[in-house]
Design a protein around this ligand. Structure first.
Ligand code: ATP
Ligand code: MG
Length: 419
């Protein structure tokens, strides 16, 4: 029998949780994703335990202070480890009652391990593992599907997606993440239910989308989501159906190396108006920060042409932005996707290498206070004056506070530059 690597602090702690439950007379196993990952030879991110012990029995066994009732209604108790060990979610074996809303079960009932296995989503996610005996408990054919690389709904796929529409996105994400095939009947059931993905909360959709995009196989995930008809339902204002609109999306996305979420989104929505991108981000209930970064990238990418002819000030102001690296990557991917030269991206990247941080974003030569101290009268145009002086500084036209004040006086005297 294969021995699984279960010697990390998190694994040792999760095994200890199982041992304690078993010693107290309960059935307890590792369950779900961590079993799948172990069988794939990967180190699980976290360990979930499934047990015959009821939630209050779990709390009693581990003590109130070390536990947290995070999903008491569903029988989930968090058992907290020492720093470095992580926490373990201990869930009582459960079956789920009817799903009236396609999102969450109306009630749960505690049950056996086998019944708990069949309420899980996919066969590869439906296995248990006893870390003490190193035995796999597989009631759903998960091992075989893991070996053949298949994501398959447990039971009747149509019924399973009817119960919980989020599983459609999970199917896409799991299939892409592991480079698996989506089982045919399971895929057909997604297509049949794609229109109802809208009942899933937008936060959860966003979470799934984010996980898909942060994963290396992001192109596979997006392709599958589109092919199954999910994208057009989720994003009616983003034309994904026409191949002319879609092909550059994939071309851009495939050229990004480990993009963050905003950059990945900006590569998808690159050809849309910034206002539309803003609304798409709002629609997904993204944070203001994520929306702001994404919109900024799309808007700036559309403006980033002929940068070598820009003033030094404009170049420097752009490179001083926190999203500058992402912007360069986006502009490059955009040009490559269209078969255009990448000079703009190359130019900005070279400037960024050659200039020091102090050259790109030097301390201002003077402040508004300095102007007032020099006898200039404060007024509504002060801000514009300071910005113009900043440009002059970045352009290398002035280098000292005195020259800045002289220039300000000249401008005011001649009413130059509208100041
Ligand atoms: P990841 O590595 O992304 O966390 P995971 O399989 O552990 O993958 P979780 O969301 O942590 O995914 O869920 C843990 C387990 O709970 C799954 O492996 C699966 O058995 C079950 N599960 C999660 N979501 C659902 C769902 N929507 N329907 C049925 N079972 C689910
Ligand atoms: Mg998990």
């Amino acid at each position: 029998m294969t021995e699984f690597v279960t010697t990390t602090p998190a694994a040792l702690f999760a095994a200890e949780v199982v041992r304690k439950l078993q010693t107290a007379g309960y059935v307890a196993y590792w369950a779900g994703g961590c079993v799948r990952d172990l069988l794939r030879g990967e180190t699980p991110e976290d360990y979930d335990v499934a047990t015959s012990a009821a939630p209050d029995e779990v709390r009693h066994l581990f003590g109130k202070r070390r536990t947290l009732a995070i999903g008491a209604a569903f029988g989930v108790i968090l058992v907290r480890g020492q720093p470095g060990e992580g926490d373990v979610e201990v869930a009582t074996f459960r079956t789920e009652g009817p799903y009236k809303d396609g999102r969450r079960p109306d009630r749960v009932a505690f049950c056996t391990a086998e019944e708990d296995a069949v309420r899980r989503d996919f066969t590869i996610n439906g296995m248990f593992f006893d870390p003490l005996t190193q035995r796999v408990m597989d009631y759903v054919g998960g091992e075989a599907d893991l070996r053949s690389g298949i994501v398959r709904a447990i039971g009747d796929p149509v019924a399973r997606f009817e119960e919980d529409k989020l599983r459609m996105l999970r199917a896409v994400r799991m299939t892409a993440r592991f480079g698996f095939q989506l089982d045919e009947p399971t895929a057909r059931a997604v297509t049949a239910h794609a229109a109802s993905i809208t009942v899933v909360s937008r936060e959860r959709v966003a979470q799934e989308l984010k996980k898909m995009l942060l994963n290396e196989r992001r192109v596979v995930a997006l392709t599958l989501a589109r092919d199954l008809g999910l994208l057009r339902v989720l994003f009616p204002d983003w034309p994904t159906e026409s191949i002319d609109a879609w092909q550059p999306v994939l071309a851009r996305l495939s050229r990004l190396v480990s993009p963050g979420f905003p950059l990945a989104l900006a590569s998808l929505w690159h050809d849309l108006a910034p206002e539309v991108v803003h609304d798409l981000g709002r629609g997904l209930r993204l944070s203001n920060d994520e929306i702001g970064q994404t919109v900024w990238l799309v808007a700036e990418a559309a403006r980033t042409h002929g940068v070598a002819d820009w003033s030094l000030a404009r170049q420097k102001r752009l490179l001083a932005e926190p999203g500058a690296n992402d912007l360069i990557a986006l502009v490059r991917a955009g040009r490559e996707a269209q078969g255009q030269p990448t000079d703009d991206a190359d130019f900005l990247a070279r400037r960024q290498r050659e200039w020091t941080a102090g050259e790109i974003n030097p301390s201002p030569l003077i402040s508004g206070q300095d102007l007032i101290a020099a006898g200039l009268r404060p007024g509504p145009r002060f801000k514009a004056l300071l910005e113009a002086l900043r440009d002059a500084q970045l352009n290398g036209e002035i280098g000292t506070p005195e020259s800045a004040i002289d220039l300000a006086r000249t401008w005011i005297a001649g009413n130059l530059r509208g100041v």
